[in-house]
Design a protein around this ligand. Structure first.
Ligand code: KIV
Length: 287
């Protein structure tokens, strides 16, 4: 707490301090003002407005179609609800791959218009060059390796990565290249714990895992996954900490029942009119 009793916003140095102290870093996604307020109140360290929003809140069937403008609308709403945690914006598919210039132009919008502290890009390869260009432009970058949903089709679908020695070593090389390019942080998604354990001793930057086992410096989960906001199957690494969908359906169903049975609204939900005015009004012919 500061002298005024307001918690200051975390910075990258705080993450390094946590890493060095072996204190786990908590990251979660959020996509709008109320979810930002919830994760803020819960005391998380980092909030990612992930392009998983494409599926969780916009109803697309993958992360590929979501646009920069859609992501910016969601990210700005999260910014308005957030105080202490670091805010990471996710550059959507097609918004950074073409050139360093394209990546910098897109990332600057997330920083200037949506107030992001960092931006996240997926994959190694050409994304290493993009990361270097962004860092040179003064924009802190989060790399993302392993299962990279934007290119899931080329990876053979939404499945664990690095399950052979060759692919595990390629993953390690991508992680190192992103670190060398100046990334401030790395996300590793859906890899066997052996791969994470191979990579971790080489990493000076904080590494956040999702389906990567316990060896990382922190964990990230998708808000809708961990709260059980939708029906249906989830990835193996998802743990549900609440069943918000069930509670929400029950709440709306009860509202519908009360409306249909004329239980709602009750007198306590009505506005009062002074008696004298009500008396005068009752004497007026409605026609
Ligand atoms: O888009 C997203 O939510 C992500 C996390 C799963 C890391 O990239």
């Amino acid at each position: 707490m500061s002298a005024q009793g307001v918690q200051r916003r975390l910075n990258l140095g705080d993450l390094t301090t946590k890493k060095n102290a072996g204190e786990p870093i908590v990251m979660v996604t959020a996509y709008d003002y109320p979810s930002a307020q919830i994760v803020e109140a819960a005391g998380v360290d980092i909030v990612l407005v992930g392009d998983s929003a494409a599926m969780t809140v916009l109803g697309y069937d993958s992360t590929v179609p979501v646009t920069v403008d859609e992501m910016l609308t969601l990210t700005k709403a999260v910014r308005r609800g957030l105080g202490r945690p670091l805010l990471v914006g996710d550059l959507p598919f097609g918004s950074y791959e073409i050139s360093d210039e394209q990546a910098v132009i897109t990332a600057q919008r997330f920083v200037k218009e949506a107030g992001c502290d960092l931006v996240k890009i997926e994959r190694g390869g050409t994304s290493v060059d993009r990361a270097r260009a962004l860092v040179a432009a003064g924009i802190p970058v989060v790399g993302h390796v392993g299962l990279t949903p934007q290119t899931a089709v080329s990876l053979g679908g939404y499945r664990a990565q690095g399950r052979t020695v060759e692919t595990a070593l390629a993953l390690r090389d991508d992680a190192l290249a992103l670190q060398d390019a100046g990334c401030a942080m790395l996300v590793i998604e859906a890899v066997p714990r052996e791969v994470t354990e191979l990579i971790m001793p080489l990493m000076r930057i904080p590494v956040i895992g999702i389906g990567a086992g316990p060896a990382t410096d922190g964990q990230v989960l998708v808000f809708h996954d961990l709260l059980g906001i939708y029906d249906g199957p989830a990835a193996r690494f998802v743990k549900r900490y609440a069943n918000v969908r069930e509670a929400s359906v029950a709440g709306v169903a009860e509202y519908a029942r009360e409306v249909r049975e004329r239980e709602y609204p009750a007198p306590e939900h009505e506005y009062a009119m002074p008696d004298a005015e009500a008396q005068r009004l009752s004497g007026i012919n409605p026609g």
